[in-house]
Design a protein around this ligand. Structure first.
Ligand code: ADP
Ligand code: MG
Length: 574
């Protein structure tokens, strides 16, 4: 559906056209007509689907000359960056509509200037809940004339602890108003909010069949503990992105990593919530202008940030939430461009977390070895050769003069060029960390690795079968059933063969495991007790390689074998 089909004024349609929007996104198509009609709307859709325009266009459309200088629309956003971004976009929509007077209010920026702006008159106010509350208390922002309130990224605002502020604001706004709420998720707290403050809201839910961003190629690298910074430097050197975002889980890590990257000569800058607003704005502008190549950020600081032309996203720390992974990699591959996401993984546990992310996002995340220095050198050589081959301009006379001069000193043009090139190469290769030749990562049971036995304090007396044990273990560890070996079920306990390399990990993650509702303790098996000797264990033969090559069908047959053999088993005589 084209924007032209909407009931929007010509002023807005021209602005939209200038922005290069032609087709509406799904959420826009569904929600803009409803909001224009005056309905309360709950909009749910993923990041990057154009929600700002979905509420921004109707907001701008609703402003008339009669609004003058009093606040008619209030837009609440979780972070300063998002408020600024929404403000910028609203300004663009209102380019040809003089009656619209937007104003952004957020913490960390000069209060006086905001007060001045509000005094001069603003009919669309965009702000963070905390600062909006501030202005309400000072009566520098008045609610009497508000007729539309928009909550953008409502779930994130609640996550950030803005609930009280939001409720205080909403209860001050005249009841005769339109309330529009956008959120990526719909937890019960959001539903409670909509119930309390919206009137007959219409739910607009855009299903995303593919969770992940298709245009982003995704890779992971297993890195030894304590070597993530080196690995990141290596990857940055190998791929030399002209614009990249690096995500860390803590503000402290953002600071440390930024400092380390800058020290190594990368054009990097950090972004997180503890920074002064002026500094944050400066960092964002420099990143948008591509003078900062690498933006190191926390999830919250970077949430929803829309910068075009980001080539790559690096997950320095694994995201704490599957949704965050999607948000992060959604910063690249925007607007039909290709992007890449690189995730660093340390330790086996994180490998399983990443597997879970891949499952959740339905993405293929390819495991890759870290590039070798020699490979990077080869890439640089090729790139440099190409760069020189593609030079269009005629070299200057001054350059030839220098070569002539050098030749008189016995330095040939070939030698001179080599000296220049070697300077370029060593500048780019210097301080590249060394990594050992990568070894294959996974040493599962299938590869003939050593095995040990674990002992679970649950047995036949609790009516369990091998697949219960396998299922619980696979669940707790994220490993595949095939990674486990022989299972022997005794009356009161069970032993399971596991790869030695996984043993510590399995013990670590299986502490709150339940099987058939019974809490189970897992320990290293120290040999049979006297009671066991008289019992014939219940044997689970491992599917052999040929068999497991048939995939799950082969395995299901094995399970059926258990059931059959269990039925045939004579009752225990002890
Ligand atoms: P969200 O808030 O859902 O994460 P944004 O509103 O930030 O998404 O929009 C993401 C990007 O898509 C922005 O750069 C925006 O200008 C652009 N955009 C929005 N709507 C359209 C459209 N209909 N056609 C093309 N680009 C659009
Ligand atoms: Mg948004």
């Amino acid at each position: 559906m084209d924007f032209k089909e909407l009931d929007l004024s010509q002023e807005l349609l021209s602005a939209v056209e200038e922005l290069g929007f032609t087709e509406m996104t799904e959420i826009q198509q569904e929600s803009i007509p409803l909001i224009l009609e005056g309905k309360d709307v709950i909009g749910r859709s993923n990041t990057g689907t154009g929600k700002t325009a979905a509420f921004g266009l109707p907001a701008v459309q609703s402003i008339t000359d009669a609004d003058g200088r009093s606040a008619a629309v209030l837009i609440l956003c979780p972070t300063r960056e998002l408020a600024m971004q929404a403000y910028e976009e609203i300004r663009k929509f209102a380019k040809y509509k003089r009656s619209v007077k937007p104003c952004a209010v957020y913490g960390g920026a000069s209060m006086e200037r905001q007060i001045l702006q509000l005094k001069r008159g603003a009919n669309i106010v965009i702000g963070t809940p905390g600062r909006v509350m501030d202005h309400l208390r000072r009566r520098t922002l008045k609610t009497e004339s508000l007729r539309m309130v928009i909550l953008d990224e409502a779930d994130e605002m609640l996550n950030m602890g803005f609930r009280e502020d939001i409720e205080a604001i909403l209860s001050e706004v005249p009841e005769e108003r339109q309330t529009v709420l956008f959120s990526a998720t719909m937890p019960p707290e959001i539903m409670a909010l909509t119930k309390k403050y919206q009137r007959d809201p219409v739910l607009v839910k855009i299903k995303s069949p593919q969770k992940t961003v298709e245009s982003v190629a995704q890779f992971s690298f297993e890195v030894a503990m304590g070597r993530k910074t080196d690995a990141l430097k290596l990857l940055l050197a190998a791929y030399s992105p002209s614009s990249a975002m690096v995500f860390c889980n803590t503000k402290k890590m953002v600071d440390e990593l930024t400092e380390e990257l800058v020290k190594s000569g990368f054009r990097a800058a950090g972004l997180h919530g503890d920074m002064k607003q002026a500094q944050r704005t400066q960092v964002m502008n420099s990143f948008k202008a591509k003078s900062t190549a690498i933006l190191v950020a926390t999830d919250v600081a970077a949430r929803g940030i829309d910068v075009s032309g980001v080539d790559a996203v690096f997950n320095y720390d694994l995201p704490q939430d599957n949704e965050y992974y999607i948000h992060r990699i959604g910063r690249t591959g925007r607007a039909g461009r290709e992007g890449a996401a690189y995730t660093l993984v340390t330790g086996r546990r994180q490998l399983y977390v990443l597997k879970d992310i891949a499952r959740y996002t339905k993405a293929e995340i390819r495991e890759m070895p870290l590039p070798q220095k020699a490979e990077i050198l080869a890439m640089k050589k090729k790139a440099l050769a190409q760069e020189i081959a593609e030079v269009q301009e005629q070299p200057s006379q001054a350059a030839y003069d220098i070569l002539d001069e050098l030749e008189k000193q016995g330095i040939s043009p070939r030698e001179a060029a080599a000296r220049l090139l070697s300077g370029r190469i060593s500048a780019e290769m210097i301080s590249l960390p060394e990594f050992d030749i990568p070894r294959p990562i996974r040493k599962g049971r299938r590869d003939g690795a050593n095995t040990v036995k674990l002992d679970l304090n649950i047995g036949r007396s609790k009516r369990i079968a091998p697949n219960f044990i396998l299922g619980a273990l696979a669940d707790a560890t994220g490993m595949s059933g095939r990674d486990f070996g022989k299972i022997d079920i005794f009356d009161e306990h069970t032993t399971v063969e596991v790869p030695e390399s996984e043993c510590a990990y399995i013990l670590d993650v299986s502490d709150s495991m339940k099987i058939n509702g019974y809490p189970v303790t897992v320990k290293l098996w120290t040999g049979p007790s006297s009671k066991d000797r008289h019992q014939k264990p219940f044997k689970r033969e491992r599917p052999d390689r040929k068999r497991s090559a048939y995939g799950s069908r082969g395995r299901r047959e094995v399970y059926q074998d258990y059931t059959r053999s269990r039925k045939k088993r004579p009752k225990n005589k002890h």
